[in-house]
Design a protein around this ligand. Structure first.
Ligand SMILES: NC(=O)c1ccc[n+]([C@@H]2O[C@H](COP(=O)([O-])OP(=O)(O)OC[C@H]3O[C@@H](n4cnc5c(N)ncnc54)[C@H](O)[C@@H]3O)[C@@H](O)[C@H]2O)c1
Length: 342
């Protein structure tokens, strides 16, 4: 059913397709596209049957005619596009990472607040069935006090022999797998376990001839004393994406290796269990993908039907944790997250 809302999409490469799918699922008409690559723009306009297109985002906003915009261009474009959207009074769903620095993220947050528009960050895992259910279980005390958290995103670019140029070049991406995959995990680290106090990270470039790291590990310590580990790689054959949260009275596990939409809750309430045999409650989730749910949540937030599912501030804290991890890797020492201010 149509909401009467209209959207535009800036950056019509790989990830933009899920923005289009999400808007159409939410009853929002995508009326304009913007990509500075003329060929990509023309192909998308034809594929998606969108008649309005421009290579210049400032022209897009000058002409207006839409209420929402997805910023799905490389990370360096997130800040100028969000500021332009705020000036035009347009609500923003910006891809992750929200920005490459705290200072830029703060400017984006302030601009949207002053303009009275929603700023939401596309950390879509917050809208996934397993994460929403895991949060409910943690808040209900189902696993007791959290002891440690394991967060993993490891892939190999589908077996391709090179990394997309916009991801490989530091000026465009801002960082490698630690930023690209790790910012989702940094957001999950907060969302599932609370405030992170410090991080100790190690980076490597092992497979691709690129400026940024393709393999990264980060050990985190929560403000409450629990531990965690973030593992990211562009060098891991296959694709595993998952989270594991351990508590004093149970554990939560979710990995695409056992199905993309499953959450397992392990606990011990039956007598006579063994080391490996615990009680297990399994949850399965159907319906739209996390990406589509997140875009639908953005539309709901704009309509005042639910709180913003991932605020600019939450996106900024994910960036702060990743920047602290980069500082740690450079210093080969633990870094307190609060010390990252720029
Ligand atoms: N949420 C997720 O899971 C997820 C997944 C993939 C990518 N991303 C993020 O989405 C963003 C884009 O990634 P992608 O994989 O789609 O990259 P991509 O390179 O496939 O597409 C980006 C597009 O933006 C266009 N572009 C570049 N500069 C522009 C400008 N100034 N104005 C308009 N268009 C411009 C490029 O021509 C390209 O077509 C990145 O920030 C990335 O981190 C998020």
């Amino acid at each position: 059913m149509s909401t009467g809302l209209r959207a535009a999409i800036i950056g019509t490469g790989g990830v933009s397709a899920i923005h289009l799918e999400g808007y159409r699922a939410a009853g929002v008409e995508v009326v304009a596209l913007c990509d500075n690559n003329e060929a990509v723009l023309a192909a998308r306009m034809s594929q998606w049957q969108v008649t309005r297109g421009t290579t210049d985002m400032h022209e897009l906003f000058r002409e207006g005619g839409f209420d929402l915009v997805s910023v799905a261009a490389p990370t360096a474009v997130h800040h100028p596009a969000t500021l332009a959207a705020a000036r035009a009074g347009v609500h923003v769903l910006v891809e992750k990472p929200v920005a490459s620095s705290i200072a830029l993220a703060d400017e984006m947050i302030a601009a949207c607040r002053e303009a009275g528009v929603v700023l939401m960050v596309n950390h879509q895992l917050r809208s996934s069935g397993p994460v929403v259910k895991a949060r409910q279980l943690i808040e209900a005390g189902a696993i007791g006090a959290i002891t440690h958290v394991r967060l993993r995103q490891a892939h190999d670019w589908g077996g391709q022999q090179s990394v997309l140029p916009s991801f490989a070049a530091r000026t465009s991406s801002g960082g490698g797998t630690l930023l690209d995959n790790g910012c989702h995990l940094a957001d999950l680290a907060h969302c599932l376990g609370g405030e992170v106090a410090s991080v100790y990270a190690r980076l490597a470039t092992r497979k691709f001839n690129i400026e940024v790291e393709d393999t990264a590990h980060a050990s985190i310590e929560y403000a409450g004393g629990a531990l965690g580990v973030i593992e990211t790689a562009w060098t891991a054959t296959g694709w595993e994406e998952g989270f594991w949260v351990y508590g004093t009275h149970g554990a939560l596990e979710s990995t695409n290796r056992t199905g993309p939409t499953a959450l397992r809750h392990l606990f011990r309430s039956s007598p006579g269990g063994t080391w490996d045999a615990t009680d297990v409650a399994e949850y399965r989730f159907t319906g739209a993908s996390p990406h589509v749910r997140h875009v639908m949540a953005f539309v709901d937030a704009v309509r005042g039907r639910q709180p913003v599912a991932c605020t600019g501030e939450q996106g900024r804290e994910a960036v702060r944790l990743i920047l602290a991890a980069y500082a740690s890797a450079a210093a080969n020492a633990p870094v307190r997250v609060e010390h990252v201010t720029a």
